[in-house]
Design a protein. Structure first.
Length: 194
C-alpha cells in the first residue's frame, strides 16, 4: 500500500495493482460450450514449466505461456488473442477485487473468532484467559454441533472486497490504484471485476 493526495489535498491510502496486459486465450459461446465466457491469462511463465496441453492452448491464442488463467462469464464480444490492458477499466468508478487472504495457520479462538476469554479473575479461574470455554453439548446431543466456533485453520480463503473506489489509472505502466486494502499478500494474484 501507499498513499496519494486527492485534488482537495486529502491523503488517501491506496493499493497499487498491476492489471495487465492480459491475453484472451479462449472465447466460449452458446453453440460450442453451452454458455458465453472468455478465458484471460496473465503473467509470463517459462516454457519448460508448462505442460504440452497448456502449450497447445496458448499457441491457439498466439501467445507465450502464462501463469494464471481465469474465466469470466460475459456476453461482450472478444477476439482470441486480444490483449486487455488497464485501459479496459477506464470507465469504472468502483471495482470488486477477489483474492486469497494471507494464511495464518492453526489459531486459537481469540485470534480466529475474537473471543475474550475470561474477563476477570473470579469464579476460581486460573490462567484460562484465551480458552474457548464450554462447548455446550452434554449427554444430549452428545456431539459438537457443526459450525461451532473453535480453534483451527485461519486465513488462506477466497475473499471478495467489494465497491473499492478507483483513485487513479496509470495506463503507461498498467497500474490501477484503488482506495483501501485488497485481500492477499504482496505479489499475489487478484481478480478485478467491474
Amino acid at each position: 500500500m501507499t498513499s496519494v493526495f486527492s485534488e482537495e489535498g486529502k491523503n488517501i491510502a491506496v493499493t497499487v495493482i498491476e492489471a495487465g496486459p492480459c491475453v484472451i486465450t479462449q472465447v466460449k459461446n452458446d453453440e460450442t460450450d453451452g454458455y458465453n465466457a472468455v478465458q484471460i491469462a496473465f503473467a509470463e511463465k517459462k516454457e519448460k514449466n508448462t505442460t504440452k496441453a497448456e502449450l497447445g492452448h496458448f499457441k491457439k491464442a498466439n501467445t507465450t505461456p502464462k501463469r494464471k488463467v481465469v474465466e469470466f462469464k460475459t456476453d461482450e464480444a472478444f477476439e482470441l488473442g486480444q490483449v486487455l490492458t488497464v485501459e479496459f477499466l477506464q470507465d469504472a468508478e468502483w471495482v470488486d477485487v477477489v483474492g486469497t487472504s494471507k494464511g495464518k495457520g492453526f489459531q486459537g479462538v481469540v485470534k480466529r473468532h475474537g473471543f475474550w476469554g475470561v474477563g476477570g479473575q473470579t469464579h476460581g479461574q486460573h490462567n484460562r484467559l484465551r480458552a474457548p470455554g464450554s462447548l455446550g453439548a452434554s449427554s444430549y446431543p452428545s456431539r459438537v454441533f457443526k459450525g461451532m466456533r473453535m480453534a483451527g485453520q485461519t486465513g488462506n480463503t477466497r475473499i471478495k472486497a467489494t465497491n473499492l473506489k478507483v483513485v487513479k489509472i496509470l495506463p503507461e505502466s498498467n497500474l490501477l490504484l484503488v482506495k483501501g486494502s485488497v485481500p492477499g499478500a504482496n505479489g499475489s494474484f487478484l481478480i478485478i471485476e467491474k
